[in-house]
Ligand binder design. Structure first.
Ligand code: PLP
Length: 379
């Protein structure tokens, strides 16, 4: 006991704020817009906490990484409306498309069975990295219907075939359609509620990775909606979307196009007409590096720094690049933050442990998959 009284307390690196005491029972959008006619099944656990990261100053974290203990991250909200749509239309099977290391495909495969849907995925080859390899291992062993293509060339054909299928509900890459983006409209309202409850001050800046544009487009609708509903105090934050997929996938016009389509869709299904503020979008292209999934030095340094701070994990494909952008913005004299805080970092990569891999099943995977995994492991 005596030793304990003199023990130096461990430094507080990442202060968890209490999760709001009442768990959100249903779709956040319907809480505020009860007449909305939108399908929804709850896959995640909400609200995802907001936490202060004092080691970085007035920097806060939106812990979307904790959206589910099964497999979290930003894509859980996307899948909630898409899966519900599949169920409402009587589909029994849901497939998605993405790269070998797609987080969205992992989320789709791991969560679909929970709502009675049979999952599948068509995956195209990408740069071999450890992050991507751990996802691919899980997918090929957790799901019998994973088609890991040998070449990108046949991908459009598979996409078309799935699009035309009457038996399979297709979740497009990243779930980047208005219905998929609605989950992130809800996330913005959830954040506004957390601010009103005193869990954090209203951020002046939000920083997140942008891949398919779904999450960013949803926030670009949700933030002005929160303001229109009287939930957001003061001026809206700038949304710094950090490019991780190439132009034109993440071209500014594409992000705004999806945001506009989402706003239109919201109005069609019984919501208010949201007036977007496109000038609030800042597209940050500085951390893309040599391409999608290419590891950058800045990303590695950010991942290491976050780990030292016991902050959420950053994957080299997505979150490490937005983490690098955040650190650069905080560091540079001519920072786009210009001394304006608070800053909110959107933690998009799941921090739930991945399910164990069935090595025996993996051994039966095609040779080119096993060779790709070996290459990734060497990095
Ligand atoms: C970890 C992570 N962060 C960010 C993103 C980008 O989100 P979006 O595709 O909605 O732009 C993704 C997309 O899959 C992701 O997996």
């Amino acid at each position: 006991m005596g030793g304990d009284t003199h023990a130096t307390p461990a430094p507080v690196l990442c202060t968890p704020y209490p999760v709001l005491s009442t768990p959100v029972p249903d779709f956040m959008l319907k809480r505020h817009l009860p007449n909305l006619d939108v399908p929804h099944v709850q896959l995640g656990e909400y609200p995802t906490p907001v936490e202060h990261l004092p080691a970085l100053g007035d920097v806060w974290l939106k812990r979307e990484d904790l959206s589910s203990p099964l497999y979290g991250g930003n894509k859980i909200r996307t899948l909630e409306t898409l899966f519900a749509d599949a169920l409402a239309r009587g589909f029994k099977r849901v497939w998605t498309l993405g790269a070998y290391g797609s987080n969205q495909a992992v989320a789709c495969i791991l969560h679909a069975r929970r709502v009675g849907l049979q999952p599948g995925a068509v995956l195209f080859p990408q740069r071999a990295t450890p992050t991507a390899a751990e996802n691919l291992r899980v997918m090929v062993t957790a799901c019998d219907e994973v088609v890991a293509l040998r070449s990108l060339l046949t991908f459009p054909w598979h996409w078309l075939k799935l699009k035309r299928s009457r038996e399979i509900y297709l979740v497009p890459p990243g779930g980047a359609v208005p219905l998929g983006a609605l989950g992130h409209v809800g996330a913005a309202l959830e954040l506004a509620e957390q601010i009103n409850a005193g869990a954090m001050p209203a951020p002046r800046h939000i920083v997140l990775a942008i891949g398919s544009t779904c999450t960013t487009a949803g926030l670009l609708v949700g933030l002005p909606l929160a303001r229109q509903l009287g939930l957001w105090p003061g001026e809206l934050p700038l949304v710094h979307a950090v490019r991780v997929t190439p132009w034109p996938v993440t071209a500014r016009f594409q992000v705004l196009r999806l945001a506009r389509a989402t706003a239109r869709y919201l109005a069609q299904v019984g919501g208010p007409v949201v007036k977007l503020q496109p000038e609030r979008l800042v597209l940050n292209t500085r951390h893309f590096g040599w391409g999608y999934a290419r590891i950058t030095q800045g990303g590695l340094a950010a991942a290491k720094h976050f780990a030292e701070l016991m902050a959420p994990p950053l994957d080299t494909t997505y979150a490490a690049k937005s983490g690098a952008a955040l650190l650069e913005m905080l560091d540079t004299g001519d920072s786009p933050l210009r001394g304006q805080s608070p800053v909110l970092y959107w933690c998009t990569k799941s921090s739930a442990p991945l399910p164990p891999v069935d090595e025996a099943k993996l051994a039966t995977a095609p040779g080119y998959i096993r060779r790709w995994l070996k290459r990734a492991d060497k990095l």
